[in-house]
Design a protein around this ligand. Structure first.
Ligand code: IFM
Length: 446
């Protein structure tokens, strides 16, 4: 028996997203998403990389499902490319695009792998961006229509659904910091986008219930807990504001139908124009599960010149992954306990957790990513400990199955447990994939 044994029936697997792995950007009627467009602007993405080919999962999905099976995965979370299915964003369905996902779902099911569909993982059709994207109130309706197409086609076969992946990134990285598509830099505009994303999520959940889809629906939120550098009132205030932004903004919306009051006051004080949030309560639909994405935490100190949160990240001398994110698995455990106590969160799935390292293949064709094994092991022990404390966690999906297009970092950052040679597109499981296979087999680790 492993020392850290997981509950019976715990679900093990991995996750990816459409733009990051599919490639086939122009194949079978797919149109541009905001990420295709974003990548075309020099300076947006490292080395001017893009998802045109990526690892060509669109054409290699059978091989990829076989690999998942070989690695012992029981579940696979993927997202659907909206512009592959609805090239005009709304209206006419592209049957070929839809068929790809249908074939993928069938392939997974016949391999004994449970599909988890994410409806939206950041690749809004460009044509809808030209109408204002998530800043347009109609985005709620667009998303509902798109959800309906997927519910109708896959509702009989897919039991697990995530409406949105990390609306934080879609809204704040995309519309405020400008480091993700569509590349805008306007906090008020980002807040408006976040509001519509929340309404879209709520509308999709209601539709799912109305259509009596015999499965479970939730949302995937990313959480980056913040810690004050010292016990000073100022550092604590800075950290609390960041907590409002990085943890509570979407959790409050989804579970309470509100945005955090302290942040709303801060934004007003900072002169940010806020929209009327009168319908936000519609975001708080009952969920079957919460998808939790966790990678790291940050420590903050107060800085009165830092806009808008008076907070500055402290670069501490702690172990970091190669993307520069501090490793802090204790924060993962604390987060779960908090989600249970503060939000009375329903059962949870870890829909993403993982790390980027500059992996290389040795002369024997192996990728010995012991740092990743160490990261995964620490985080799984944190999950185990949270379960011991009574948190209802049902599964762990590693990010990511493959090395892939890591957004503005291009292909430089490798998050996969399977190495991908971007010239030949050959997939090679790293040591961590074999290690995880043992963990899955034993339903636990030592
Ligand atoms: O690659 C991303 C993924 O698309 C969303 N969550 C975080 C991952 C690592 O940055």
């Amino acid at each position: 028996m492993p020392k850290y044994e997981f509950p019976k029936g715990f679900t093990w697997g991995s996750a990816t997203s459409s733009y990051q792995i599919e490639g086939a950007a122009k194949q079978d009627g797919r149109t541009d998403s905001i990420w295709d467009r974003f990548c075309q602007t020099p300076g947006n993405v490292l080395n001017s990389d893009n998802g045109d080919v990526s690892i060509d999962h669109y054409n290699k999905y059978k091989e990829d499902v076989a690999l998942m099976k070989e690695l012992g995965h029981a579940a696979y979370r993927f997202s659907v490319s909206w512009s592959r299915v609805l090239p005009d964003g709304v209206g006419k369905v592209n049957e070929k695009g839809l068929q790809f996902y249908s074939d993928l779902v069938d392939e997974l099911i016949s391999a004994g792998i449970e599909p988890f569909i994410t409806i939206y993982h950041w690749d809004l059709p460009q044509i809808l961006q030209e109408k204002g994207g998530w800043q347009n109130p109609d985005s709620v309706m667009w998303f509902e229509e798109y959800s309906k197409v997927l519910f109708e086609k896959f509702g009989d076969r897919v039991k697990f659904w995530c409406t949105l992946n990390e609306p934080y990134c879609a809204a704040f990285l995309g519309y405020y910091l400008g480091v993700h598509a569509p590349g805008y830099r306007d906090l008020g505009g980002a807040i408006l986008a976040s509001y519509h994303l929340m309404l879209a999520h709520g509308a999709s959940v209601r539709l799912f219930r109305k259509m009596n889809i015999p499965g479970e629906i939730g949302i995937t939120l990313n959480f980056t807990p913040s810690y004050p550098l010292t016990d000073s009132k100022e550092d604590k205030l800075a950290s609390t504001y960041i907590d409002g932004y990085d943890v509570r903004w979407f959790a409050d919306a989804v579970f309470k139908g509100t945005f955090p009051q302290d942040l709303l006051e801060l934004f007003k004080e900072r002169g940010v124009t806020l929209p009327d949030f009168s319908e936000l309560n519609k975001a708080a639909e009952k969920l079957d599960f919460l998808g939790v994405n966790f990678y790291n935490s940050y420590t903050y100190r107060y800085n009165e010149n830092s806009w808008p949160f008076y907070a500055e990240i402290v670069n501490q001398a702690v172990p970091k992954t190669d993307i520069g994110w501090p490793i802090h698995s204790e924060a993962f455990e604390e987060l779960f306990v908090r989600l249970k106590d503060e939000y009375n969160a329903p059962k949870m799935y870890i829909t993403e957790n993982g790390c980027a390292y500059n992996d290389v293949m040795n002369e024997n064709g192996e990728v010995l990513d012991y740092s990743r094994i160490n990261y995964l092991s620490r985080h799984l022990k944190a999950v185990h400990s949270a379960i011991q404390k009574g948190v209802d966690i049902r599964g762990y999906l590693a990010w990511s199955l493959f090395d892939n297009f890591e957004w503005a970092h291009g292909y430089f950052q490798r998050f996969g447990i399977v190495f991908c040679d971007y010239d030949t597109l050959k997939r090679t499981p790293k040591q961590s994939a074999y290690w995880l296979r043992e963990v899955i087999k034993n339903n636990g680790l030592d």
